[in-house]
Structures are given as C-alpha cells and as structure tokens.
Design a protein around this ligand. Sequence first.
Ligand SMILES: Nc1nc2c(ncn2[C@@H]2O[C@H](COP(=O)(O)OP(=O)(O)OP(=O)(O)O)[C@@H](O)[C@H]2O)c(=O)[nH]1
Ligand SMILES: [Mg+2]
Length: 332
Amino acid sequence: MFVDRVIVSFRAGDGGDGSRSFRREKFIPRGGPDGGDGGKGGDIVLVSSPICQSLTDFKYQRQFAAENGGAGGRRKCTGHNGADIVLKVPAGTVVKTCPDEKLVFDFDRLDRRFVIARGGKGGRGNVHFKSSVNQAPRHAEKGEPGEAIQVVLELKLIAYAGLVGLPNAGKSTLISKISAARPKIADYPFTTLTPNLGVVDYQGRSLIVADIPGILEGAHRGEGMGLEFLRHIERTRVLLFVIDVSPFSSLPPLRTFEVLENELERYQPQLLRKKRVVLANKIDLAAKEREGIDALRNFCRRRKIPFVEISALKAIHLEKMKKLLFSAHDPA
Ligand SMILES: Nc1nc2c(ncn2[C@@H]2O[C@H](COP(=O)(O)OP(=O)(O)OP(=O)(O)O)[C@@H](O)[C@H]2O)c(=O)[nH]1
Ligand SMILES: [Mg+2]
C-alpha cells in the first residue's frame, strides 16, 4: 500500500518536579534545603533516513509519547532525564501543522534532524532557593510540561522525472518497460490511482521516474481525480509528457499537449518552468495519416521541446527516449 499522508500526534515528556527536602543528619540540626532538580522530559525527534522509504509505519502507530523526566530527590539528587524517541521518516517528507497545514519542517534530503516535540525542563529543587533571608525555602519548581503537537506528515516523492498524460495515454505501460516497476495497466482511464516509482537504468547510470494518475481536461475543477496527486511531481526536474498519438485518442495530439499544459499551470505555474520532453506514444497504431503527429512535432520544434515518437507497448525508440532523458540530466 502506498501511504503518502498521515496525521500523527507527538507528546514529549514532562520535566520532573524539583524536590523540596531538608537535610536530616543526626548531628547537623537545621541542615538546610537539599532538594534536587527534576530531570528533563524526553524529546521526540524525526530524522530522514535512507532506511525508511514510506510513511507506512505511521499508519499503524499514530501517537507517540516520550518518557517523563524523573522527580528530583533528597540530598541534591537530580531526577533522571526522560529517554528521547527518534523516529525515521523518508527523505521528501514535509511536516505541517494540523489542521491548518502550515509548514513546520521540510525533510528535503537525507540525514536531516528535527525536534518535533521538545521535552519539558525539570523543575529546580529547593536547594536553589536558599537565601540570606530564607534559610529554609519550602519552594521547589514544578517540571515544565512537554510539548504536544499534532501534525500532518506528507511524503512528496523525489523523483527525477514525472510522467504526465491523459488517462490511458500509456504512462504505466512505459514505466513498466523502462524500469522494474510493475504497475497495473489496463485499457480504461484511471487505472493508476496512486503513484508508482521506477528506477530507470541507462549506461551505468540510474534515475527515478514517477508514474502518476492521468489528468483530464477540467481536472483543476475536480474532474477525474483532480490535481492533488500532482504534488508528487512538484520536485521532479523533468516532466515527460506522454501523448497518445493513435487515432483512438480522445483528443488530437497538439490539443492534448495544450490541455496538459493548462492543467499544470492551474495547479502550479512553476511546473511549467521544468524541462520537458514530449513522448508521442502508441506510434505502432498511428496510421499513415500523420497530420496530428506532425503538428505536434513542429510545435515542439518551435518551442525547442525535445520530441520523440515511441511505442511503450512495442518498445519502439525507448533507448532513444532514455538517451534524451539522461542527457537532460545534469547531476547538479
Ligand atoms: N498499441 C499500443 N497500446 C498501448 C501503448 N502504450 C500503452 N498502450 C495501451 O494503452 C492502454 C492504457 O495503458 P496504461 O499504461 O494503463 O495507461 P496510463 O496512461 O497509465 O493510464 P491511467 O493510469 O489510467 O492514467 C493499455 O491497454 C495499454 O496496453 C502503445 O505504445 N501502443
Ligand atoms: Mg496508469
């Protein structure tokens, strides 16, 4: 199961209370205060780790509480610190407040560390409150409460390239041919409901490509699956437009391109600043009548968008396509 969004509650440990105690040794009358400090409550820390690939673990446990600090004791004994909890999240996880979804932290790469809930400080014991006017303070501090927060954890896949196309364009077929990913493929729209990632190898290098659900004209108004899943390609460097150029397509190729561009722009205009490659798919079905394909090709030439005719199903020109994809890849 692909989990890309979970709501989780974190509660750090409370600080331990300071102690209120007085020395009671046999030959030392009025020995004065000796109450120790409370220990610190445990923190809850999130770390982006290569060992963690998804948010699935948070689906089974949605509440975490760190240990409280121990109370201070007699003879200036300090209470023990509560143990921290360190939780792994995948790189690409974004933490937002719940329910207003303000950004709290962005695990944009591996090995980032963030204290999501800080443990409370321990209270000071009465040994600290002795003064010239008060030799026997009865006051000790309470420990501070630990922070409690409820957040949304959202995983944005960090793929190098994203496949964008109308439903049924052949996106999943393509990823299944160029990578080891085996998504569901079928001759009806919206076969893909959650994103699939595939690792594509070419001449000793590899890249991640994301296959996402199809986009319909009007998706920005909520048609089809809407556009929410586009967040999975927000961080990709390249968009691969997969366009069905067979006579069975619901729209002519150039019109398809315009629809896709328009929907992306309505979701987030910056998406159009990404490098693009146009893949004219299902070329094996394209009849002699190539007007539509040529129109798209010429348009791409004018706009300087790399264009390649492929058949995902029959594996035609896939090497050429990979070459284009990898040449667009400058490992900055
Ligand atoms: N003839 C031919 N059929 C293809 C080609 N690529 C994909 N198909 C067929 O087109 C249909 C849809 O393919 P999918 O890969 O599921 O399409 P998709 O873009 O992932 O569709 P959604 O997930 O619904 O958005 C399937 O029946 C595929 O076999 C191709 O190059 N040639
Ligand atoms: Mg699909």
